[in-house]
Every structure is written in C-alpha cells, then in structure tokens.
Design a protein around this ligand. Sequence first.
Ligand code: ARG
Length: 465
Amino acid sequence: MTQEKTKGAAALWSGRFNEPVTELVKHYTASVTFDQRLAEFDIEGSLAHARMLHAVDILGGEDLASIENGLAQIRDEIRSGKFTWSVDLEDVHFNIERRLTALVGDAGKRLHTARSRNDQVATDVRLYLRSATDEITALIKNAQRALLDLADQHTETILPGYTHMQVAQPVSYAHHLMAYFEMLARDAQRLGDCRKRVNRLPLGAAALAGTTFPIDRMMVAKALGFDGVCENSIDAVSDRDFAIEFCAAGALIMTHLSRFCEEIIIWMNPRFAFVDLADRFCTGSSIMPQKKNPDVPELIRGKTGRVNGSLVALLTLMKGQPLAYNKDNQEDKEPLFDTVDTLSASLRVFGDLLGGIKVNVEAMRNAALEGYATATDLADYLVKKGVPFREAHEAVAQTVKFAEGRGCDLAALTLPELQQFSALIEDDVFAALTLEGGLKARSHIGGTAPARVKKAISKARKSLV
Ligand code: ARG
C-alpha cells in the first residue's frame, strides 16, 4: 500500500466540508487495501457505462475514446503492479477515477455521470462474485471426479455402515463415497441457483433513486453479461442478499468437506485403520517421533469455522440497516473474499487428498464382521417367511444376544442354534447372513448392491460432462 499523499485527494467529495478527515478516520473508512481486488471488474463496468453514455448521446465520441484508452492503460498498470494505490483516495473506485482523470483530463471527470459509487460497487461485487461462483463450481466438479475415481475402485469393498457411530449395516465403500458425490452435486446446483440472482445489473440505480439521464440499462446489462437488471433502484444499491446466499452455499460446501475429513481422521486412527493418508498430506510432531498427523483434513474441518463465521458476519451486517445504501455495506467484502479464498483452497486440496487415500480393505471388512451388521438381514429373512417384522426383530435380538455369549458372528452359528429362535429358519439363511449377501440384496435405486453402485457411478460421471 502506497502511503504517499495524493494532492487534492479530498476534492472528490469534500467541497462542502470545512476540514479534512483525521488520519485515523481516513484509515478507518478506507477500503482500498482490500477492495482493489475489484479493480478489473470496476474497469469493465466503467467501460460498459461509458459506451452506453455515448450511445444515448450523453458522452461525446472523443471523450469515450479517451476513457477507453485511459482505462486500458490503467488495467495494464494494475496488472503489471505499477499502479499506485493511495489510501487518501479511499477506495478502488476513487483510485481508478482519479488516475483516469490524471491520464485523460476532463473526459475522466465525465465518466461518473448518471452513476454513483453505490450502484458502481454493487455492480463490481456482483461481477466479482459471478466469476468466483464459476471458479468454485468448476472446483466442485473436479472434487466430484476424484470421488468417482476412488469409488470406481471400491464398489466391492465392504465397509461397516454406521448409525450413532455404532456398526449398523454393511455397505459398499463406493456407496459411502457416492453419498458425498450427491452432497457436492447439490452444492453445485445451489451455486448455480444463487448465480441467477447474482447476475443482475444494479448500475443505473445511481445513489438510490435512479438518474435523470436517459440511460439504457439493458444495453449495459448485455455488455456485462448480466441476465437482466435489478428492478428497483433502492433494492439494487442496498441489499447484499446475493452475497449472503453465496456464503450460505459456501458454508454447506465446507460442511460437506468437513464431514468427509472427520471420517478420514477417525479412520486413520490405528483403532480403525480403515485408511491411510499419503505422507504428502500429513505432518509429524516436533516432540513425538512416532506421530503422523492428518493435518490437511483437520485444516479443512477447521476452516469450515471461518466460512460459517463469514456467513454470520454478513447476516449481521445486513439485519439492522435501513434502506438504502449505508457505509456498513463496505464491510461485505472481506468476509466474501475470505469465503471465496477458503473455498477455493479447500476444494483444491480436497480434490488432491482424495487421490492420497489408501484403503485397507481387510480392516474395513473385519470391522463389518464384528458388529452383527447383518442382523437386519436375518429379520428381513424371517419377514419373507411370513413373520411380522416386529416379531422378527425380537427373534433376531435374542439371536444376537446368544451369539454375543458365544463371542461369534451370526453367520458362525450352526443351523440348529439359529433354529432355536425361529423354526422357520432353513439352510438358505446363510446366504442372507454374509456381508456380500447383505449388500447384493439391496439392489434397488439408491441401494448399496455393487451392481447398483456401478450404475450410480456411471450415471454420475455422465452428469459431470
Ligand atoms: N467503498 C464503498 C463500499 O465498498 C463504495 C461505496 C461508497 N458509497 C458511499 N456513498 N460512501 O461500499
């Protein structure tokens, strides 16, 4: 940040003031340190605005050409790091406008006709968020592809499915992975839906009431790739619900990644040993030589907190504001930027991490054998023989108790032992009691049968192209 004094800086709005702001207030109210991230979008918006002003005869051809050349030069200066940002000029908009005027004179001063920083900043933020939304959506799809690649290898791998963190029923590990695929698919849809509301043009609302000039808002909307215009000028400059929606969608994305990571962390523990994570995603301890810590999944889980925090920050920012624009809204940027940055980094690292998961098929299978995971299958078996489900449930509960006493699995009991609990049990029961049998039988849409999961994976792959 250049701290140099910009001569006449205050003149952009201070004609009616008797004294300049204090140094403290200047720094407190400036946003240029962080909103310079909007610069390219600000220039894009200004170009579209200037061209429209020319098309409706508010701005002459020469002025337009000067503005176009000046803004092109400013864009180059910014890209090459040569642009001098000044805190004296408060924000990205004033910095660019002042530089433009220095480069092209009066034409630069005419650019702000029929516009206010209020509709300007709302436009910049929407343009920024639209492009960020597209980036995040692409990253979600990459992570989904990585999930499919892992799932492909594990349709036949048996994992004890849990409820209440207790062994419930055997599932295919690929099926478990595909649950996350579905979550991410909804996340991408949510972003797509949010994007429709982001992609509306506020410009033309001016300060809040619109402008007395005969502007053509549709022309600007089209030039900037917006689907339409914000229909109410007061709403256009005041609400940030589109940013809140994005952050809410972002919080859900992080929540989904975090749940996956939590499982990896638990499963890496030697008590489980279901998975190992490649060393490139782990670190050691400075004091305990034996340690291999799952830092990357822990950080994804941890960063979920800051994204949730940003969502709450934006909601709180909005809730007390009377219409229309208030300076409070300047505070929308940092939580939004941080959310985009955190999502982008987390999704990238998550996609990589999926390629570093080594599955211990044997350990998963053994765990599934331990918790009477096929008890429901035995109950279903009895129901198919005509026993009402509640009675079957009770008979199986007794069977489990018996097997527990023997210290063995249901499938390890003999036929006469099983028949103590129901005379209807026959030799075919053992097919139902194996893990593989339990999986295979759940072959309906959404079920965990390997053949069904394979179909789900290929359908999912097609949905990504
Ligand atoms: N830096 C301001 C923001 O981010 C730009 C708009 C300022 N408008 C105003 N009337 N003070 O919201």
